[in-house]
Design a protein. Structure first.
Length: 119
């Protein structure tokens, strides 16, 4: 079992920045950040393999940066130029299967960290 703990969420004004962290209880192969806004479906926003290959949703390209410190079993999401539409609960996910993550699934999920952006 892999346990994931997110941190770093908060309330910020539009245009601001946040850095989210997700620490895993053990080594993970592939990790990703998902988000879910009230009344909307969960969506994947950023993905990273153990080797550092990344992928992003079109809606966040250029503003979100995902990274991973394998020595610390920690993944990060740097979010810049925050917009009110970025308001959501952000979840960390992990799985050995890269394609499962890309298709919105994962065997391991964190509890989430709330990001609220005011205009």
């Amino acid at each position: 079992q892999v346990q994931l703990v997110e941190s770093g969420g908060g309330s910020v004004q539009a245009g601001g920045s946040l850095r989210l962290s997700c620490t895993a209880s053990t080594y993970t192969y592939c990790m990703a950040w998902f988000r879910q806004a009230p009344g909307k479906e969960r969506e994947g926003v950023a993905y990273i393999t153990s080797g550092g290959s990344t992928a992003y949703a079109d809606s966040v390209k250029g503003r979100f940066t995902i990274s991973k410190d394998n020595a610390k079993n920690t993944m990060y999401l740097e979010i810049n130029s925050l917009k009110p539409e970025d308001t959501a609960m952000y979840y960390c996910a992990a799985d050995r299967n890269w394609w499962l993550l890309l298709n919105g699934g994962a065997n391991f999920w964190g509890q989430g960290t709330q990001v609220t952006v005011s205009s």
